[in-house]
Design a protein around this ligand. Structure first.
Ligand code: FA5
Ligand code: MG
Length: 425
């Protein structure tokens, strides 16, 4: 009885996230539905539009080299379960800041939440000794669900920090810090952000060199993605963890779209996490927005689609290929398999796939959305060759019944058997 009682009591007060139990409290608001998105890793999924954009961004940042090696290391597998210290405190986000509100975040309890931005990992990676890095992953915010908002989206964040020698390679007399600021005793100096141009600890030269690098790197990135003629503008912004701060907007389909926030990292963060004698830039961008604009994907929910009509549009493409998404009907798909033995004069390697596809389309018409090779094998005893294809059916204007699909599928079987002299299995 006692045992049963304590189990029941426990069930009421713990919450399981990512295979770990956490104490629930008055802040707990994570739902099973939201927890189910964990580990989806769309940004790493083969042929997924978010993954394509991620790879293009990573490749762009790999072009920055120092002594032959890539400057930026990439972290795309960091645990989205973070502490309030990581998500807020380490980033100088005040205790009463709106972004901490229960109404905006998915809290596991008062101390833990699903990261609301990738910047949550900035201090831990700095602390581990890194200077230049990208952080890529899923972030979670309580928000409405419409064509541009979804409670889970993906961000690429970055930090680049430079020592004086790297910042001013040809001007050894220039300094990162104002003379009043003592890098050995950083806490004796009150760093302020009242000057819109820079933090009070930094020299104007250091801030301007870093700002120029930041802006050039980011403009280079959007030009790599959208082409060299993309129109852009910088908008002054505010983030508790950077100063000065900006947002980059691009002119896309007749309106300005914000794609990222960025700025010069607040020196307090570098002092707390190291490297304290450097100046750094940081930025954070949304992958969904870039992918939607690049590929003309009209609805953010499509990113979560398992519909092959969506995913195959991004398949086997050269990374830089221009892909324009073509809307797929929202009526359900029906998938039937077709397997057959090849005649003796044909092998699994000489069978003409394209002829087969044409024949299938010829009979099935527009309702054949996709034909994909599912399996091929050679029978160990008879040495007969066998192929199996999946045919995906979908009508653009209505729901197909299974009987209707079966009839068409049967017609295809008969036609294929005749045309290619195969034996349906
Ligand atoms: C941040 O998340 C900051 N951490 C970015 C940053 C990092 C600034 C480092 C300075 C230094 P923000 O909430 O504005 O900022 O989000 C950054 C980007 O994520 C936005 O520009 C946008 O591209 C994307 N984004 C934000 N909210 C959404 C949303 N609901 N849906 C899709 N994309 C979003
Ligand atoms: Mg913003």
């Amino acid at each position: 009885l006692l045992n049963r009682y304590s189990t029941a009591a426990k069930a009421l007060t713990t919450v399981n996230v990512n295979g770990k139990a956490f104490e629930a409290d008055d802040y707990t608001n994570i739902t099973p539905k939201i927890a189910s998105y964990l580990n989806s890793n769309l940004h790493l999924k083969k042929n997924h539009p978010l993954s394509l954009v991620r790879q293009r961004i990573v490749n762009y940042f790999y072009t920055f080299r120092y002594a032959g090696n890539p400057e930026f290391s990439v972290y795309d597998n960091l645990n989205p379960v973070v502490s309030t210290k990581q998500n807020f405190d380490d980033l100088l986000i005040s205790l009463d800041h709106v972004s901490r509100a229960k109404s905006d975040c998915y809290y596991i309890n008062r101390g833990m939440l699903l990261r609301a931005h990738m910047t949550a990992h900035q201090s831990e990676l700095l602390r581990s000794g890194l200077n230049n890095f990208l952080m890529i992953g899923d972030v979670y915010r309580r928000d409405e669900i419409d064509s541009t908002h979804f409670p889970v989206f993906h961000q690429v964040d970055a930090v680049r920090s430079l020592h004086k020698e790297r910042l001013f390679p040809n001007q050894p007399d220039l300094e990162i810090f104002e003379p009043q600021y003592d890098t050995k005793n950083p806490f004796t100096f009150k760093n302020t952000i009242s000057d819109p141009m820079k933090q009070s600890c930094h020299t104007l030269e250091a801030t301007k060199v870093m700002e120029t690098q930041l802006k050039n790197h980011l403009i280079g990135m959007v030009k790599t993605l959208f082409g060299k003629d993309i129109k852009h503008r910088w908008v002054d912004a505010y983030f508790p963890f950077t100063h000065p701060s900006w947002e980059l907007e691009i002119f896309y389909e007749n309106k300005w779209m914000e794609v990222l926030g960025c700025g010069i990292v607040r020196n307090e963060i570098l002092v707390n996490a190291g490297p304290s004698n450097t100046i750094a830039y940081a930025f954070g961008l949304g992958l969904e927005r870039l992918a939607m604009a690049l590929y003309k994907i009209p609805d953010i929910r499509l990113m979560w689609s398992n519909d092959s009509g969506f995913l195959t549009q991004f398949e086997n493409k050269d990374l830089d290929a221009k892909i324009t998404y073509k809307p797929v009907s929202s009526y359900p798909q029906c998938t039937n398999d077709l397997s057959f033995w090849l005649p003796e004069n044909l092998s699994i390697d000489t069978f003409m796939n394209n002829d087969f596809y044409e024949l299938v389309r010829g009979i099935g018409g527009d309702i054949v959305e996709q034909v994909k090779l599912k399996d091929k094998f050679v029978h160990p005893k008879t040495k007969k060759h066998s192929l199996c294809y999946s045919i995906v059916y979908r009508h653009l204007e209505r729901t197909l019944t299974q009987e209707e699909v079966n009839r068409i599928h049967k017609d295809i079987e008969v036609a294929v058997a005749t045309a290619f002299n195969v034996v349906i299995r």
